[in-house]
Design a protein around this ligand. Structure first.
Ligand code: ZN
Ligand code: ZN
Length: 268
């Protein structure tokens, strides 16, 4: 499985996952035109997308979904609460996921995990490639880390995780107190420190890449976020690389770029 971030941050989010010919977007927070342009940099036609999973109904995650669904006939999956909270969808092409049971889209198996965030029924996503067993976890926009997410994110090969703000930059920055409280509250966004702490817990031998998502352009820098994660990973079993996903362009591919089965850890 390979992943590209098409853009990440409060101005729009979308991630492309690809495995054995199946292409699925996690979120579609850009206009159809921007989505098409950014997919083109990954060499992908919008018509070849099998489905979109929307994590929650905030505009930066679903801005383009209604128009893109009509334009390219995309199937949409999401929690029942998320789908109910988005207006103007093509209902014939929507599948509301009401349980924690996994479901398949082509060559990928998915699981949605509820996360705390100020939306109707926000979720994180685990994708498993059915042929190779390669596992990718995606968690955008969460204020805290529930144990169900820790369990679902065990033994990942690729982790894409929010690292929203540097706590000190937020405290000393221009945001008013009410907004700071919303961001740092249990239904807000994960700080670099909290993201790094979870990364440290999840670091395992097969974790090969960590991609940091949804960096604030005001209260964070890629250097702060990457440094917090790398410090947390120091001494861990994982030898994973760390990348901060940019807002204004696509980045990738990350993950299993050779397309093979899980690499065995050989002691050479
Ligand atoms: Zn967001
Ligand atoms: Zn959100």
């Amino acid at each position: 499985m390979k992943a590209w971030t098409l853009g990440s941050g409060s101005k729009g989010n979308s991630i492309l996952l690809e495995s054995d010919g199946t292409r699925v977007l996690i979120d579609a927070g850009f206009s159809p035109r921007a989505l098409a342009q950014r997919l083109a940099t990954a060499g992908v036609q919008p018509e070849s997308i099998s489905a979109v999973i929307v994590t929650h109904e905030h505009i930066d995650h679903m801005k383009g979904i209604s128009a893109a669904q009509r334009k390219w006939k995309w199937q949409l999956f999401g929690s029942a609460g998320t789908i109910a909270a988005i207006a103007d969808l093509d209902e014939a092409r929507c599948t509301a996921i009401r349980s924690t049971a996994s479901f398949n889209i082509g060559a990928l198996q998915f699981e949605l995990i509820r996360v705390p965030h100020d939306a109707a029924a926000p979720t994180a996503v685990v994708a498993t490639a059915t042929r190779t067993g390669f596992r990718t976890g995606v968690a955008h926009d969460l204020g805290a880390v529930p144990d169900t997410l820790r369990a679902a994110f065990a033994r990942l090969d690729l982790l894409l995780l929010e690292s929203n703000h540097d706590e000190e930059m937020l405290r000393n920055g221009p945001y008013p107190a009410f907004l700071q409280s919303r961001i740092t509250g249990g239904s807000g966004h994960l700080s670099n420190r909290k993201s790094a702490a979870l990364t440290r817990e999840l670091a395992c031998e097969q974790l090969r890449h960590l991609v940091l998502l949804h960096l604030s352009e005001v209260n964070n820098t890629p250097q702060h976020a990457v440094s917090a994660a790398e410090t947390a990973l120091r001494g861990a079993k994982s030898k994973c690389r760390v990348t901060a996903a940019p807002q204004d362009r696509a980045a990738g591919p990350f993950g299993d770029v050779t397309g093979g089965v899980r690499q065995l850890a050989l002691a050479l």
